[in-house]
Every structure is written in structure tokens, then in C-alpha cells.
Design a protein around this ligand. Structure first.
Ligand code: ZN
Length: 221
């Protein structure tokens, strides 16, 4: 059995991951007490406490300073929450995000994850952040929630000891590696490829081998 955490230790480990950076220690300890309901404090409960302070309806003042936000299951389809997430991602990534993907949280984070991933493609802008998420259940009432975080280095997040998801669409990742799947053209790749020398080479190479699916042909210009 692992030794229960103290609230200050839990807060320090979140801070090492760039989370909870402006959260007051006493407020965090109180949130931990509320979430744990007498159970020993662990990483799971500490994240629930963080989510309750960040708020579970998208970016808030407390979460935005950490370039992070939480959305719980009940808030995921709320247009006001989607709008706030859309706006924050556009601001943080300094890039417009098509309204077509902003009507669904999964599509929105998938697009943003791709955008981040493709910015680092072929060695460009190596300090650009990636999009990560941590999906958990709030300990107090078992409600699923997701914590989304932009980070240029994911290692401090993985060190939290809970599963961390790296966001990139499998079709985007495949296309960026020169594997072009039938029907595998994502909108993020369509925007990226024409301006990327490595992608243009890969597209031309596949076309020369007769291995380029029709949907990708238009990218050759
Ligand atoms: Zn590329």
C-alpha cells in the first residue's frame, strides 16, 4: 500500500506539472478534504480537487493561467462551454479554428491536437505545445471529467501517476508519416500539407508509386 499523500505534497506535484500554479494551499487542502470524504488522499483525489477549483465548465481564470481547462460530462455539449473552449484554444494556439469543428468537444480537441502535432512536423517550431488530456472520474460523485492541458513537454504530466492521453488523430499521424489512408484526409492535414516541404515530398512520392488515395490528390495542386 502506498502512503497517503499530504495536501501540500499533492499540490507540489501538480505544480511540477505546471498545474494549480496560482491555487492557494489552504483552498486546495479544503477541496481535497471535500473530495476525499474521509478516504486517504491520492493522485486521483488531488486531481478531482484541482478540477473543482478550476471549474468543470471549460477555461476559467484559475485554469487559464496554466493553459488548462476541465470539462465534465454534463458540460460537454453546452454551447456556452464549447464556445469558451473554442475561444481559449484559438487564443492559446494563435490560430483560427473552423466553426465546423467547434460544435462538438471531441472534434474541437481533435482538431487542436492535430494542429499542435503538425506544427512540430518536420522539426518546425519545436517549442510549440502539444495537447494532452487526463480523463478521470470525480471522486465525490463519480462524474467523468477531462482535464485538457497544452504543454511543450508531456513528461511532468506523465509523472502525476495517472493515464495521460496525447491528442493527435490517427489519420493525421499516419499522413504525417507518409501513410495515406483511403478516407484518411483530416481537415488539419489538408490545411497543413501544402505549406510543408516534407508532406509535399511524401504526397508526391506516394502519387508516383500510384499509392495516393483520391482524397489526397487535390493537395498536390
Ligand atoms: Zn508536414
Amino acid at each position: 500500500m502506498t502512503t497517503p499523500l499530504r495536501a501540500d505534497e499533492a499540490l507540489a506535484s501538480l505544480c511540477r506539472a505546471g498545474l494549480a500554479t496560482r491555487i492557494d494551499a489552504a483552498a486546495f487542502a479544503a477541496a481535497c478534504d471535500e473530495e476525499r470524504g474521509g478516504a486517504p488522499l491520492d493522485a486521483e483525489i488531488a486531481l478531482s480537487a484541482l478540477a473543482s477549483i478550476y471549474g468543470v465548465r471549460g477555461p476559467s481564470e484559475a485554469s487559464a493561467v496554466d493553459r488548462a481547462f476541465v470539462v465534465d460530462e454534463h458540460a460537454a455539449a453546452d454551447p456556452a462551454v464549447l464556445g469558451a473552449v473554442w475561444l481559449a484554444l484559438e487564443r492559446w494556439l494563435e490560430h483560427p479554428i473552423p466553426v465546423a469543428v467547434a460544435t462538438d468537444l471531441d472534434e474541437l480537441v481533435s482538431y487542436a491536437g492535430d494542429l499542435c502535432f503538425l506544427r512540430r512536423h518536420a522539426g518546425a517550431a519545436s517549442e510549440a505545445p502539444y495537447l494532452f488530456s487526463i480523463e478521470r472520474w470525480r471522486t465525490r460523485d463519480d462524474t467523468p471529467y477531462s482535464l485538457y492541458v497544452l504543454r511543450s513537454d508531456g513528461a511532468p504530466l506523465y509523472a502525476l501517476g495517472v493515464p495521460v492521453q496525447f491528442h493527435v488523430h490517427p489519420d493525421t499521424e499516419a499522413a504525417a508519416a507518409g501513410i495515406f489512408r483511403t478516407d484518411g484526409l483530416t481537415s488539419s492535414y489538408r490545411e497543413h500539407a501544402p505549406a510543408c516541404a516534407a508532406c509535399r515530398d511524401a504526397l508526391r512520392g506516394a502519387a508516383a508509386r500510384g499509392a495516393l488515395p483520391d482524397v489526397f490528390q487535390a493537395l498536390l495542386g
